[in-house]
Design a protein around this ligand. Sequence first.
Ligand SMILES: [Zn+2]
Length: 305
Amino acid sequence: MDRRAFLRILPRVAGAVAVGGLMRGGSPGAPKPRSIDEAMAADRTAEPTRDEGTIAAPEIDVASPSQLRAVIKARDFDRAYDDDLLVSEQQWDLLVRTAARLERAQVVVGHGNFNRMGFDEIIEFSHSYSDIGTFEVDELALMDELFHADASRYGFLGEKVIENLSDRLERKDLKRIPGTGHYLLRGPSLEKYERITADLGDSVLLTSGVRGLAKQYQLFLRKAVETQGNLSQAARSLAPPGYSFHAVGDFDIGKRGLGAANFTESFAETDEFKKLIDLGYIDIRYPEANEYGVRHEPWHIKITT
Ligand SMILES: [Zn+2]
């Protein structure tokens, strides 16, 4: 689509869906916690039955109260906190509608193709296939807003790796990995995966490879719907669009047969994971108590630095 035309449209709808449409959870004006004890106290008021007495101070050097807060929240990542950022009630229907259109797009183009598609490509497909249906102006504005917003507002403190919404993966740079439905970038990613499978054989497989913006939107918005519009909770599990290192080479590895449990701490208990550690393959992007406010992801292999 004409990118400039889209940008001209955006300001007219921005008031309804953009920054002003997002709101914080919890009570407005509540003081930000300055220490772990204060943060824990705030959480106890939010969810009094939870036992948090054993939580220790983070091992990392935190630079600010908000970073400390993000690190604490990532330990029990898949729950809501009082100071999480939520979409407004007016935005909820829009969020669900946009997420549903992305799910339909994935079905129409196929999961493998969808993994490598860019933002503009998915818009083009939506025009051509009635089973997807054209993205509406407010849906495009929501996606634009999510891409350009500072993700630290959600408590996601990782760096942005994709600068332009129009960036796309080139077919010549990708290799489809048979039997997985995923692609890897040629170069260090593919070489590392090939070394891993040569050493460990068929017991491991690629569970997510390179991801274009379309796939990252689909994953992030699906999670945002699951969390009832809680963008902070979603961002503790999935990098917002533009912030995922899957776009530039990182990939996920799993044990064959373990299924969805590959994306849980269970993977770290497998012999395959221990072999990967012993052979020096594991360089984890998001270790325990990482500085980015993201949950521990032992399955996520870091390629770029
Ligand atoms: Zn990953």
